[in-house]
Write a protein that binds this ligand. Structure first.
Ligand code: GDP
Ligand code: MG
Length: 407
């Protein structure tokens, strides 16, 4: 249930109530028992809930009957995970992968859903009653073929080098790890004192990316889709392309729940590392945050860290909830990040130069700007590839520059 709640939050829901029924054979009509449905309907009304999310898979007829009894739509874990992917995907390929997974899921249920909708439409079955059974099925089939063709085309012309997500001079860090490991908690605590950014930059960043300060250096931190246990097979491709676009960064911050049993931690860690390897991100340095240390004794922490030292890359023990050892974590992050390059420059003043300066402010660490004798002199710091890009701009503006790496 905790996992399901974390997933629901990732999909943007606010959980208003939870209800469980233990050890029972699934009821063909409702999945849960008849009495439980009544209880559920009362709870929906009392809490003004707008949707019901099941951990178990729901057959169309079960979703239909529950909607009829409660007045709101019922979805299952599969649909919830799809929604999370939809929210996070931004490249065309990832979006198409997800749409493909959704349509394949819908195809299997299409005929039954139309038949049910003909008995009266319910939340989740709206608009389907007007279809002929076969027409709806064939429509979905055709959509699947169209998407397959589009995906094929994209794969053919995929560039050798991945497009950079941000045209910015800051290093980027992506958070990874299983649901419930504490990624969002760590994201929140690390971004609590996030660097204010102006509108121009803000609009280029997604809602899950913030600019943070790591010992005087600004870096971008992104909360990714995360790994999900019991991921349905049909969603693996969609997951990979959604993860791929977010995880390519200068550093991966892998969050692990240290309070789980050792075998569980090892299983999840191996799975994360395997996936990172599989999508071709193995050259990115990883820092492992061993989270929830507050739940363990000193001895237990020591025992687990010892046992994990060969598996977990650059481990640091932390508590996101209580903000313990964040300094240690930042220290390790700083150690693993490539150094920035410092550049001093001098450009003749012009209108173009002025707009260049404000562009620069939004994309790099600017240390000093001075106006003197019809010239702008300044110093900035950025990741090496971006610094090179800026230097060619400076050249085009008739300026001169001096680059030096900084330890
Ligand atoms: P996510 O799914 O990886 O984003 O995980 P969340 O950040 O949503 O955290 C999942 C649960 O673990 C929440 O109930 C958090 O309050 C809890 N949690 C996160 N970090 C810690 C921690 O350091 N200590 C303890 N005791 N609980 C934590
Ligand atoms: Mg989260």
């Amino acid at each position: 249930m905790d996992e399901l709640e974390s997933l629901a939050e990732s999909a943007g829901y606010k959980v208003v109530a939870k209800i469980e029924q233990v050890k029972r054979r699934p009821d063909p009509k409702f999945q849960i028992g008849k009495g439980k449905v009544k209880e559920l309907a009362r709870l929906v009304k009392e809490k003004n809930a707008e949707k019901i999310i099941f951990d178990n898979p729901l057959k169309p007829v079960q979703a239909y009957n529950i909607a009829k009894e409660t007045g709101v739509e019922a979805i299952d874990r599969f649909q919830l995970i799809l929604e999370i992917f939809v929210r996070r995907a931004s490249t065309t390929e990832a979006k198409l992968q997800i749409e493909l997974a959704r349509l394949r899921y819908e195809l299997r249920r299409a005929k039954e859903k139309v038949r049910l909708a003909k008995m009266g439409e319910q939340p989740g079955f709206m608009g389907l009653g007007a279809y002929e059974v076969d027409v709806y099925y064939e429509t979905i089939k055709r959509q699947i073929q169209t998407i397959r063709r589009k995906l094929q085309k994209i794969r053919e012309k995929r560039k050798l080098h991945r497009a950079r997500r941000h045209e910015l001079g800051f290093s980027s860090i992506s958070l990874a790890g299983y649901t419930n490991a504490g990624k969002s908690s760590l994201f929140n605590v690390l971004t609590r004192e996030s660097v204010p950014v102006d509108n121009a930059l803000f609009t280029t960043l997604s809602t899950t990316t913030r600019l943070i300060d790591v010992f005087g250096r600004k870096v971008l931190l992104t909360d990714t889709v995360g790994f999900i246990d019991r991921l349905p097979l049909t969603l693996i491709e969609a997951f990979h392309s959604t993860l791929e676009e977010t995880i390519f960064s200068d550093l991966i911050l892998l969050v692990v729940d240290l309070s789980e049993p050792l075998e569980e931690i090892e299983r999840k860690l191996s799975c994360c590392l395997d996936t990172i390897y599989k999508i071709g991100a193995s050259s990115i340095p990883i820092v492992t945050a061993l989270n929830k240390m507050d739940l363990l004794s000193k001895e237990e922490i020591h025992r687990k860290v010892e046992a994990l030292k060969d598996l977990a890359p650059n481990p640091v023990v932390v508590s996101a909830l209580y903000g313990i050892n964040l300094e240690g974590l930042k220290h390790e992050i700083r150690r693993q990040l490539k150094d920035y390059v410092k550049v001093s420059f001098s450009i003749p003043i012009s209108e173009e130069t002025m707009s260049f300066i404000s562009w620069l402010h939004n994309r790099t660490n600017v240390y000093a700007i001075k106006y003197e004798n019809e010239k702008v002199n300044g110093i900035f710091e950025a990741v090496p590839w971006f610094a090179d890009k800026v230097c060619s701009k400076i050249k085009n503006l008739g300026g001169i520059f001096d680059q030096f790496s900084k330890g």
